[in-house]
Design a protein around this ligand. Sequence first.
Ligand SMILES: [Zn+2]
Length: 421
Amino acid sequence: MNARRAALVAAAVLGLAVVVVIVVRTPWNVLPEPPGGYTEPDPTAGLGADRIERAEAFAAALRPASLVSIVLGLVVSAVLGLTPLGGRLVRAVAAPLGGRWSTQVLVGVPVLVAIGRLVTLPVSVYAETVRHRYGLSTRGWGLWVRDVAVSVAIGAVLTTFVVLMFLWLVRRAPRTWWAWAGGVAAALVVIGSFLYPVVIEPAFNRFESLPAGELRSDLLLLAEENGTPVQDVLVSDASRRTTALNAYVSGFGSTRRIVVYDTVLAELPDEEIEAIVAHELGHVATDDVLTGTLMGALGAAAAVALLGWLLTSTPLLRGAGADSPGDPRVVPLLLLLVSVGGLLAAPVQNLVSRQIEARADLRALELTGDAEAFIGMQRRLAATNLGDPDPPAAWHWYFASHPTAAHRIAMAEDWQRLEGP
Ligand SMILES: [Zn+2]
């Protein structure tokens, strides 16, 4: 069996493993059907007509921008990756520095990342203007520029590092590189998930412990009852950027943390804060970050094996003007394939995510026993975050990581019916 074929077989086997893990680890059926059937979700989620109109107008202003941004990014990547233009650019920018392969990566990748960001920048400016207009963004333009610059810098450094390692492996092991690179990619996903809360999150927000008091004691007690005691509940200074209400859990092992936006503390009554934190504790109880990381690691390994097949395809290499997968002129093609992979994976990730979110909702209901507070919290989140309670089905399928507010409220009502009065 030649190396190309082996890569394709490995990609198929790993792809199958991803499917098996997804099928087995995803909670497909979260709540048993109550007598009389599931509640039909109320598409208004109980919000007033003015609220719904506002959320729909907000979505109508932002959705086209999201699509334009995706298409624009893809077109530019395709032009650079499928024609010799990108490869020539990588060579040209490194030429004054001597033009070794490593120099081409070190200079070329940041230039490609910056170009990708620059072409979609006008759309980002427009989107931020919309968020300002609707009062969702509290971020001044100075902070916006700083945020964009920091995320581009982080993206450029990480991408350069990964591509450098990738090309080094390709040049070291011209036949079996995809096997080594697949292992490295899986390991990087795990390491990234561990480091994210300590490296990336602090680049944007400051975190402080929730001050001592009744709420803090109640939340720590809730974690205790959940069987997942936590050292600390952190509050992020999200209000510097947004009025949105949110909380999340990130990291695992020693870097695991529950983070609540300061906007939540300012806006929500205690029982609704408990409902939000109970949802996050639900993620902790079922090790959802670990599940996501494992799926991501397997998926990354499968994707790299597929790269082993694609990057040795003569027509693709010829199109990119590269001689071999170890030629730095292959980098724009590599970046294109990675972004296409990301776009294809998104609806699968979101499908799994929505089920996992529903399970965390159920856990929150069981933990607090307070469906009223949960429903109140969902309404308040939808209203404040300008979430469309009834988005177009295709949009929801592709982009939504959470069930709609309408579905989450319907599930809470079903849970109440199952529990009895
Ligand atoms: Zn969640």
